[in-house]
Design a protein around this ligand. Structure first.
Ligand code: AMP
Ligand code: ZN
Length: 664
């Protein structure tokens, strides 16, 4: 077998395994074997760029950056759907149809209404060529680079597909993937995403496809469009789409009467909560495609399809008690503890009350009868009080003024909604929260240590702060619950390995308020080591680009504490990185200090990321769009025409890669 054949075979194999895993949910090899094959392909492709293929399974990890998505007019308009809420609504719809078609035999296809962002995929000769968002229905954005990272979407089809067609579906975030993403965010001190639908549609518009690749997005298909699709019924077209490699949920069902449609609706109204994704209703479609054509469209929706919306999920229950939770930063969240009630298929016992203002606004009190709703959000919320049922001896809620965990007086800063516990050093949830942030992926990324273990280690008195992690002994860990020789080894090795994590991430890991990843990078670059940063004054700090009063104040606070200084000193003595590495320093200059660049197009010598890194390493700044503040536009081939026009209008010099390199 020659190299090209070898590459093709590997691509074919990996495509098949992707399909087995992501579409059929029936993997036939282990993840490890898959990774090995993928690695082999990647190596061969790197050695033989002449066999590059934009549809190679190796490119599923993303990497392409799209600054401005191309607007594309849909060849076939993407309509909305009319809504129905009862059997009568559906019967009326059937009558309207029969009036147009003249009392014919009707079949319906019922599908679930997937709750995500709709997408129109275009295939030519079996290859994915476009992926366009719905937009306003007439035109949308081509998000193809992001679409290609979604592994259940085939890049290359198999079987007897038409030479050119569009297929429509919904990009969704399955619930477990969504929950996992949020867990990671919370550990990293970031705010959780509100609901899977908005997160899915937001993901499609990310500029960095590698970021999209990390999100567990999925795509469920429901409609074939195009003149070249010669299939007589919708149901058959779904079966065909499955054969070609698409993920078409098996729940789709053929029905021969409105009565049968209602059975489907009633069944899924209950069982939808067992599905791995969210659905807010059923879509009923006329099966025969010739009949569909005859029925046509109203100004807004097809006459041949109808959505059936499930009822809003609300429950009534009693609020037993209001309790308060303390987060890593000391922020207090009030929680409603409810009389358990069934809502959206799960038993709800707690709901978030957000903050003191919210409680006051809705006048929520203990012992009230309240309305609980589960919208798209994972955490249910209280939307109102049934005042008629309020007991006579009801007392209005007095918000706590002391920390429920450590009894310290709470504070509330001017202009902030949240109350805080200021007991930074001794408030237990703040201590464990900080350690959990310290070990999180974007910080010290300690393998083998999770949030629960941190709580356990704290409870057992083995750690009081993150510096204590570095003196943990294997013998101390093994006796703990659910720990074994191997997991203890992993933990110790993970901690040891974290000593190599670069300074900027250590700085982020310290959990200084308002010092996120980007700010940490800025500070590391500017001050180069912890001693310099520690001794910087407020007035010096705010001179640094993008460091404002809030951040400067927080840094002064942090390094003003004896306790923090001691911990940092200990970390340093254990060998963590508290200065920028010599190698990195060598590549850093101030040659481009204060110079603002916009990067556009594709380059030959450097990748876009390398180019951006060069700018930043030399003190320059990369902006995402051209403004009067921009100093240079570095343009490769394929620079967007609108960018070019804008740069010319503002008189901003456009330079190429070589000219840029000369500046260094
Ligand atoms: P609406 O936006 O409420 O008018 O509903 C129309 C949208 O429902 C379409 O744009 C699709 O994105 C979405 N949808 C979800 N599941 C289906 C399905 N099975 N068939 C058709 N449309 C669906
Ligand atoms: Zn406290």
């Amino acid at each position: 077998m020659n190299i090209q054949q070898k590459i093709n075979t590997l691509r074919e194999e990996l495509r098949k395994h992707n399909h087995n895993y992501y579409v059929l949910d029936q993997p036939t090899i282990s993840d490890y074997e898959f990774d090995m094959q993928l690695k082999e392909l990647q190596e061969l492709e790197a050695q033989h760029p002449e066999f590059h293929d934009p549809n190679s399974p190796s490119l599923r990890v993303g990497g392409a950056i799209t600054k401005n998505f191309e607007t594309i007019t849909h060849e076939y308009r993407m309509y909305s759907l009319d809504n129905s809420y009862s059997k009568e609504d559906l019967e009326d719809w059937e009558k309207r149809i029969q009036k147009i078609l003249g009392n014919v035999d009707l079949e319906f296809v019922c599908e679930l209404k997937y709750d995500g962002a709709s997408i129109n995929l275009t295939y030519e000769n079996g290859k994915l060529v476009k992926g366009v968002t719905r937009g306003d229905g007439f035109q949308g954005d081509n998000v193809i680079n992001n679409i290609k990272t979604i592994k259940s979407i085939p890049l290359i089809l198999k079987g007897d597909y038409p030479e050119k067609f569009d297929i429509r579906g919904e990009i969704i975030l399955p619930l477990d993937g969504f929950a996992k993403m949020n867990e990671e965010r919370v550990v990293a001190g970031e705010e959780a995403y509100m609901n899977p639908r908005n997160t899915a549609s937001g993901s499609l518009k990310l500029q960095d496809s590698a970021e999209v690749a990390k999100r567990p997005l999925d795509c469920l298909l429901y409609n074939l469009v195009g003149d070249k699709v010669k299939i007589e019924s919708h149901y058959k077209s779904l079966e065909k789409a499955r054969e070609w490699g698409f993920k078409v949920p098996a729940e789709a069902k053929l029905c021969i009467s409105v009565g049968e449609v209602m059975e489907y609706v009633n069944y899924w109204d209950i069982h939808r909560h067992d599905l791995p994704y969210e659905t807010d209703g059923v879509v009923v479609k006329v099966n025969n495609r010739a009949q569909q054509q005859e029925l046509g469209y109203t100004a807004k929706a097809p006459r041949w399809a109808m959505a059936y919306k499930f009822k809003a999920e609300q429950a009534v229950t009693k609020l037993n008690k209001i309790t308060y939770q303390v987060g890593r930063t000391g922020a207090i969240t009030p929680v409603a503890n409810l009389e358990p009630v069934l809502l959206a298929g799960t038993t709800v016992k707690r709901a978030s009350l957000h903050n003191a203002d919210q409680i006051q606004k809705l006048d929520i009190r203990e012992n009230d009868t309240v309305f609980v709703e589960k919208g798209g959000e994972i955490i249910p919320k209280i939307v109102g009080v049934n005042f008629e049922k309020r007991p006579d001896d009801s007392l209005s809620t007095v918000y706590i003024d002391k920390c429920p965990e450590c009894d310290t007086d709470l504070i509330r800063k001017e202009g902030e909604a949240q109350h805080y516990c200021p007991n930074y050093n001794d408030c237990p949830p703040q201590i464990t929260g900080r350690i959990q942030h310290f070990i999180s992926r974007k910080a010290m990324d300690i393998d083998g240590l999770g949030g629960e273990t941190v709580e356990l280690l704290f409870k057992e008195g083995l750690i009081q702060n993150y510096a204590d992690l570095y003196v943990l002994k294997k013998e101390q860990i093994i006796p703990l619950e659910r720990m074994a020789e191997k997991s203890a080894d992993n933990l110790i090795n993970g901690i040891e390995a974290s000593k190599k994590i670069p300074f900027e991430r250590v700085l982020y890991a310290l959990g200084i308020r308002f010092v996120g990843e980007t700010v940490a990078k800025k500070l590391a670059r500017e001050y180069k080591n912890i001693s310099a940063l520690k001794s910087a004054s407020f007035s010096e700090l705010i001179l640094v680009d993008e460091i404002g009063d809030k951040i400067a104040e927080s840094l002064i606070d942090f390094f003003g504490s004896e306790e923090n200084l001691k911990i940092v000193e200990r970390l340093r003595s254990y060998g963590l990185q508290f200065e920028v590495s010599a190698e990195k320093l060598l590549n850093q200059t101030d040659k481009l200090k204060g110079v603002i660049f916009v990067v556009s197009g594709v380059f030959e010598k450097l990748s876009r990321n390398e180019l951006k890194k060069k700018i930043e390493d030399n003190g320059g700044k990369v902006a995402s769009s051209i403004s009067s503040k921009t100093n240079y536009v570095v343009a490769g081939s394929n620079m967007g025409p609108s960018k070019k026009e804008k740069a010319e209008k503002l008189g901003i010099p456009i330079i190429d890669e070589d000219q840029f390199l000369l500046m260094l």
